[in-house]
Design a protein around this ligand. Sequence first.
Ligand code: B4P
Length: 193
Amino acid sequence: MFNVIIFGPPGSGKGTQSERIIEKYTLKHLSTGELLRVEKNSGSALGNQVASMIDHGELVPDELVQKMVEATVVKGKDSSGFIFDGFPRTTNQAKWLEDILHGIGSDTHVLLSLEVDEEELINRLTLRGIAAGRNDDKSRAVVENRLAVYQNQTMPVIEFYKKLGKYHRIDGMGSLDEVFGRICEVIDEKSLQ
Ligand code: B4P
């Protein structure tokens, strides 16, 4: 198994680049944001519980997200690997992910951290708020809250993976092709090791 974490603030291109990565490297895509939106739109009890947290740009509790991730990882344990998109978002989630992967005899191989200027992040999310129907992109206050949540709760994950020697910075500015080219260089190098 070859497992990649794609990491970065909202609007940095995690979901966008994941689509290209899964196509080129045939990895399984695990986006916690996507799993949560499906749950929210289904109107299930869990969906109703998380709806307002997502719409306000807050993180959903670790245990809820971990339960969803565990089910997907166990189901895909015989696959060629995962791209974890938007997960882990807290140091607790990161520790938990390492344990779960070790439990199935695997590991995370690289964390790709997409780094993008704040002004550009706000610009991209505002454009998506106009073009698509995500409530969490529509209000400037919610977008700013998501960026603050990233700074306060998610950034510490970088230190965790730096200590494991798995952190790789990716310049996330520029065209989709340029960013994808930078990502492929790192994946190619890591998957050959
Ligand atoms: P996510 O679905 O992960 O949403 P996101 O951070 O906004 O990133 P996304 O991947 O969708 O967007 P992208 O940057 O690709 O999370 C949503 C919410 O779910 C969270 O706020 C939280 O409430 C909850 N949640 C998810 N995971 C959780 C967890 N583990 N724990 C707790 N809660 C969790 O793209 C953004 C836009 O930029 C797109 O329109 C794209 O086209 C554009 N773009 C991308 N790259 C570009 C480029 N190079 N140039 C120009 N535009 C670009």
